[in-house]
Design a protein around this ligand. Structure first.
Ligand code: PNS
Length: 170
């Protein structure tokens, strides 16, 4: 199998991830992706190794709310191989963000494995906006659990949900 030989009429991109929860860094990437591609599907991995803070349904609800302003962005979840899901969705692009060099090795490995599995699907990397390059879902959860201020790092509705979840756990 080879890479795509022609541009499809409608370029569908998948933005896969855990999004546990969505941060302003993710949102920045979605805003850029919505401009570059005809359709952008934000896809949450269902069976991740690590136990999530929010259920897939909770994450879908939060994501749908924050992407409401982008008519060509939809939210979904998937199981199994990402490239199989992409094929079912007729997506030809996998979108991923790179914040720093430390992301590169993991992302390169995944991109090359996905290319090996399905060469006609391209991974496209976008650089996260400078203002967001230090934000990760993991750190946001850690900071709020320890009483730190996370405003401006996640959308306001996510901050509210995080506060509820973290306070309930205490
Ligand atoms: O935001 P994350 O948690 O770094 O996203 C990782 C994700 C969901 C993109 C990756 O784990 C994935 O694609 N999983 C699906 C299973 C799969 O296809 N594995 C082989 C990819 S190399």
């Amino acid at each position: 199998m080879r890479s795509l030989s022609a541009k499809p009429d409608t370029v569908i991109a998948l933005y896969p991830g855990s999004f546990d929860p969505i941060t302003n860094g993710h949102l920045d990437l979605i805003a850029r992706g919505a401009i570059l591609f005809d359709r952008l599907i934000v896809a949450i991995l269902r069976n991740a190794d690590k136990p999530p803070l929010f259920t897939v349904e909770e994450r879908i609800a939060m994501l749908r709310e924050v992407v409401r302003e982008y008519p060509n962005v939809e939210v979904d979840s998937f199981d199994g191989l990402l490239v199989d899901y992409a094929t079912r969705k007729r997506a030809t692009v996998l979108l991923r963000g790179i914040r720093a060099i430390s992301d590169y090795e993991y992302e390169l490995q995944m991109a090359l494995m996905n290319r090996r599995l399905r060469p006609e699907i391209e991974t496209v990397f976008l650089m996260a906006g400078e203002a967001y390059s230090f934000i990760s879902s993991r750190l946001v959860k850690e900071v709020i659990a320890l009483g730190g201020n996370i405003s401006g790092l996640v959308p306001p509705l996510v901050e509210v949900q995080l506060r509820k979840r973290v306070l309930k756990a205490k």
